[in-house]
Design a protein around this ligand. Structure first.
Ligand SMILES: [Fe+2]
Length: 119
């Protein structure tokens, strides 16, 4: 996922980077809420002091800002599409590249959780 992110932002067409970024913000907006909820619920199991452990500020802040990131990312994509509708296929390829990576990451995580010896 890290390599894909680097490539999308550094060497692909602008539309692909915009689509990749918007997809990442859309998933972040939800996943940080689940992360925070899970870490709070199982604070002791994760080695945290309690559900108000300062370490969780990272996730709490992201829960606050991610909806704005989604809105801004969407505005940027729309703005570019209005100027150059031809980038739409690029933006879709970028978004799907992110989603493919996201699926791969969670598939690997699920395999690891189901069978810690599998990787
Ligand atoms: Fe974000």
């Amino acid at each position: 996922m890290g390599n894909n992110t680097h490539r999308m932002y550094r060497s692909e067409f602008l539309g692909e980077a915009l689509g990749f970024h918007l997809a990442s913000e859309m998933t972040s907006s939800r996943e940080f809420q689940y992360f925070l909820e899970g870490f709070k619920k199982y604070a002791r199991e994760y080695g945290l002091v309690d559900e108000e452990d300062p370490v969780l500020a990272f996730f709490a802040i992201h829960c606050e800002v991610e909806p704005m990131h989604v809105a801004t990312g969407r505005e940027i994509v729309i703005s570019y599409l209005e100027k150059n509708p031809g980038i739409a296929p690029q933006a879709m390829r970028g978004a799907m590249a992110f989603m493919d990576g996201f699926e791969h990451m969670f598939s690997a995580l699920n395999r690891r959780l189901a069978d810690p010896q599998s990787l």
